[in-house]
Design a protein around this ligand. Structure first.
Ligand code: AVI
Length: 316
């Protein structure tokens, strides 16, 4: 299965290099978390999802069968489904098994090879479903295939929205509304604010998989854009920033050192960090306010018993 390509920047490596050089030139050095997901990073993320400490994945997964049944009752008409950041297409199966009258499914993702493989496999399991993958930057407005005529149900699981700043999350929600068109709905997973100890464990697992996932970003820079990071000389550090309501992940330099990427050299003091990810947590009220600013209303909310994770159904 060959995906359509839409709204991508000319060359990925130019963009990657540019983002890395820009991020490391700031006073608080940063690297965008979207670059975690090369093939090794995606495998490490799958291992994170299997960890006992990392509750978001399994909690959302356990909610989905019930949600699918209730959404099916609520929709009362056929919908086409558009998944943002589709990845391995695991969670959509739980929806497709329970939702009736879904004719077209459009998975959107930046990682083309992975998307094509996952789409072909899904199609073999649901032969009556038309699967139309699009390789794109799904955070921007995407032109959907003209074959889609029904109203659209967007799907954005996993609390990936938490990895955006609140401003970027609002922009994403507003672009998703434009992508989906009139009378759309959006089913979105959002991690809740909770006891910081639970959060701390989830991002500091005892097997060190999250640490490996974080450090892999430096390895990727070495391999793909000629960096010379001594990856052993940076340590994973994740903490809950109460004021901002988010987990922050950093890589902390263990010594004074210099790193060269291509022809550009960067100096690190001992203890200086690179900020690699934010994972924002939301109360229902905070998320309602955010969604409203982007033109969405919450129609229904589902949560597990401990309110660790919520899935909201939004309507435009
Ligand atoms: C993909 N995203 C929702 C994950 C999160 O929890 O913010 C990424 C992650 N980072 C460390 N562990 C998992």
């Amino acid at each position: 299965m060959e995906a359509l390509r839409c709204n991508l920047n000319p060359t990925f490596l130019d963009q990657f290099t540019n983002d890395v050089l820009t991020g490391l030139s700031q006073q608080q050095k940063t690297l965008p978390s979207k670059y975690f997901y090369n093939s090794r990073g995606s495998r490490l993320f799958d291992r994170i999802c299997d960890l006992e400490e990392y509750y978001p994945y399994r909690t959302e997964l356990s909610l989905l069968p019930r949600i699918a049944q209730e959404v099916s009752a609520l929709l009362q008409q056929p919908y086409d489904i558009v998944e943002f950041g589709a990845g391995s297409l695991v969670k959509i199966r739980l929806l497709l098994q329970h939702l009736e009258h879904i004719r077209n499914f459009v998975p959107l993702d930046i990682a083309g090879e992975h998307l094509n493989k996952a789409s072909a496999l899904l199609k073999s399991e649901f032969p009556a479903l038309s699967v139309m993958p699009i390789v794109c930057d799904f955070t921007r407005k995407v032109s959907l295939p003209t074959e889609l005529t029904l109203p659209r149900l967007g799907f954005f699981p996993g609390s990936t929205i938490g990895n955006f700043t609140p401003q970027a999350a609002q922009t994403f929600l507003s672009n998703a509304r434009k992508t989906l068109g009139p009378n759309a709905m959006l089913l979105i997973g959002v991690d809740s604010k909770k006891d910081p100890h639970i959060l701390h464990r989830a991002y500091n697992d005892s097997l060190g998989v999250t640490a490996e996932f974080n450090v892999n970003l430096l390895q990727r820079i070495n391999e793909e854009i000629c960096g010379d990071f001594d990856v052993q000389a940076f340590q994973h550090y994740a903490f809950y920033n109460t004021r901002q309501g988010r987990i922050e992940m950093h890589l902390v330099s263990q010594k004074r050192q210099e790193v060269t990427i291509g022809h550009t050299r960067f100096s690190f003091a001992e203890g200086e960090s690179i900020h690699t990810e934010n994972s924002h947590k939301y109360t229902t009220q905070e998320f309602r306010d955010l969604a409203q600013k982007a033109g969405w209303q919450i129609r229904s909310t589902w949560a597990d018993e401990q309110q660790l994770f919520r899935v909201h159904l939004l309507s435009s």
